[in-house]
Ligand binder design. Structure first.
Ligand code: SF4
Length: 95
C-alpha cells in the first residue's frame, strides 16, 4: 500500500515539475472525501481515513486533493474540476 501511495505522489510531482497546479480546488477535494465517507463499496477506514482497497490504501485526506489521483473503483473524478470556457470567454470551473 505504501507503494501505491508513492506512485500517486510521484504522479503529483510531475505536475509540479511542469509548473501546473497539482491540487484540485478545495471544493472538489471535499466532495471526493465525502464520497469516500459514504463509499459505496465500504472501503473507507473511518479511524485512519484511508482507503481499504488493495490498489489504493492511501491517506485520503491528502490523496483526495491531488489532481492526478483517482478512486481505484471510479467513485470520484477529478476531471470534473478542469476549467472550461464560459459564455463570455471567461474561465469557469465546472465543479
Ligand atoms: S477511494 Fe474510492 S474505493 Fe476508496 S474509500 Fe474512496 S470511494 Fe471508496
Amino acid at each position: 500500500m505504501a507503494v501505491n501511495f508513492a506512485k500517486a505522489a510521484s504522479a503529483q510531482s510531475v505536475h509540479v515539475l511542469h509548473g501546473r497546479d497539482p491540487y484540485v480546488p478545495k471544493e472538489r477535494a471535499e466532495a471526493n472525501l465525502m464520497v469516500c465517507w459514504e463509499c459505496p463499496d465500504g472501503m473507507f477506514d473511518l479511524e485512519k481515513v484511508r482507503c481499504l482497497d488493495k490498489r489504493c490504501g492511501c491517506d485520503l485526506k491528502r490523496k483526495t486533493r491531488w489532481r492526478t489521483a483517482a478512486c481505484p473503483r471510479g467513485h470520484w473524478d477529478n476531471r470534473k474540476n478542469e476549467m472550461t470556457t464560459g459564455t463570455n470567454g471567461e474561465k469557469v470551473n465546472r465543479l
